[in-house]
Design a binder for this molecule. Structure first.
Ligand SMILES: *Cc1c(COP(=O)(O)O)cnc(C)c1O
Length: 436
């Protein structure tokens, strides 16, 4: 299947081209040319399938023409090496816990899938090493570094701002070794991003080494996120005894809108969803778009749900493409919500006290949007996008109690940090890469 650019100024790309390039040459986002609905019998029996088997069926619909089935299924099974349980928080509200992967956040799914798919393409071409450059403010770096760890033929350079990521986050990408190099930039996240951008533009450097990115707009990171919407639905049917055809409301804490867009794709494939809610923190660009029909990006504001501090959601272009630019059609399927830090903290305290369920600040936006948005007789699922222990200090400050740190996270804390110190000027960075 081919992929078109949302800007329509670049030729269609193959899956491999779309994955290696990330962004289309015209700076648009790649979209699959078709979204194939799955047959009714798949939905009738969905609660009898395992997560992996269900995901293989979904993967076949997107990637089946481009990758031999056995290879594709190996990639899917290897990606989904952990469970994504659906847990009832209270009443009609369910949490889809996406934090049981290696770095305890949902980005593990996309990062692990992309690493394996890119590894397959490199191996198939018999070409030399590929170098992934990724700038991070915290969570992306850990998911990408751990997703690509040990994948043959790929080297990863994670650029992060010195002193501006939490210790837990830093340990998740500076202690790995093998094919992962952490670069500690004396600057801000924007400086890190600028270094990566300059590297992609530099002809000498690109002649010296093959460079690619692993950011969240990549189709190989974005599409696999559709897998767990099907699994959420199957578990909900099983746990509640709802009949085939019953439809839950699905609520997604959103920043760059990749996660919710994957859910919209699942719905296009026939997944029964009543409607979607996009929950924002104070960075409510999408919420305002729903209200006014005008999309006006603006600089992001820092909040306690910091992985959603996005002022220009990159996947907005995909939502527009999916709905033929119709504001009316978008509003028919998706509603919005926006919460201040105070409201997020209140929700965390209240749900902890009343339901003994510990939310992280991102999931709290999703939970609250369901509490406020569900209508009589409806049930809803929100995506719990990260484990609360990833935001230990914030969460402890809010609930006034210590938070248990899962063994997986503690293991990272025991490793010793290895990083390359780098000033924020491109000359130094280029010289370093030329020496690799
Ligand atoms: C990345 C992230 C989000 C936002 O997801 P998008 O796909 O960018 O909308 C939400 N919560 C957590 C914990 C994240 O890491």
């Amino acid at each position: 299947m081919n992929y078109y650019s949302t800007n329509h100024q670049s030729p269609a790309a193959t899956l491999q081209e779309a994955v290696v390039r990330g962004l289309a040459p015209d700076k648009g986002l790649y979209m699959p040319e078709h979204i194939q609905p799955l047959p009714q019998e798949f939905y009738n029996d969905i609660d009898r399938l395992t997560f992996q088997d269900m995901a293989c069926r979904v993967a076949d619909a997107f990637f089946g023409e481009d990758i031999p089935q056995e290879t594709l299924h190996d990639i899917v099974r290897d990606t989904l090496s952990f469970d994504v349980p659906l847990v009832r928080v209270g009443g009609p509200i369910f949490s889809l816990e996406l934090f049981h992967g290696p770095t305890l956040a949902f980005k593990d799914v996309g990062a692990r899938f992309m690493a394996r798919l890119l590894g397959y393409f490199i191996h198939r071409e018999g070409e030399g090493e590929v170098n992934v450059l990724v700038a991070t403010s915290g969570d992306t770096g850990s998911a990408v570094a751990n997703g690509f760890l040990g994948v043959e033929g790929i080297r990863v350079y994670v650029l992060y701002p010195k002193g501006k990521v939490s210790e837990i986050q830093e340990k998740q990408f500076t202690t790995l070794g093998q094919n992962i190099t952490a670069i500690e930039v004396d600057g801000t996240f924007d400086d890190c991003q600028a270094l990566v951008k300059d590297a992609f533009m530099d002809e000498t450097l690109n002649a010296h080494m093959r460079l690619t990115s692993a950011n969240s707009i990549n189709v190989a990171r974005f599409l696999p996120q559709a897998f767990y919407y099907f699994y959420a639905y199957a578990q909900w049917r099983k746990q509640t005894g709802q009949p085939a055809g019953a439809r839950p409301v699905v609520c997604v804490p959103s920043g760059n809108f990749g996660n919710i867009t994957a859910g919209l794709f699942a719905a296009r494939m026939g997944l029964p969803v009543r409607r979607f809610i996009a929950a924002n923190n104070r960075n409510d660009i999408f919420y305002q778009y729903l209200r006014t029909g005008v999309y006006s990006p603006r600089p992001s504001i820092a909040t306690i749900a910091n992985a959603m501090d996005v002022g220009a959601p990159s996947n907005f272009a995909r939502i527009l493409a999916l709905y033929g630019n119709s504001h009316k059609d978008i509003c028919a399927d998706i509603s919005g919500a926006t919460y201040t830090d105070e409201q997020i903290a209140d929700t965390m305290r209240k749900v902890w006290k009343e339901n003994h369920y510990l939310l992280d600040p991102h999931g709290a936006c999703g939970c609250r949007a369901l509490q406020e948005g569900l209508r009589e007789g409806e049930e809803g699922i929100f995506l719990e996008t990260a484990h609360p222990a990833k935001f230990k200090d914030t969460v402890e400050g809010i609930i006034g109690q210590p938070v248990d740190v899962p063994a997986k996270l503690q293991a990272f804390m025991q490793g010793s940090k290895q990083s390359v110190a780098m000033p924020k000027d491109f000359g130094h960075f280029k010289e370093y890469l030329m020496g690799q």
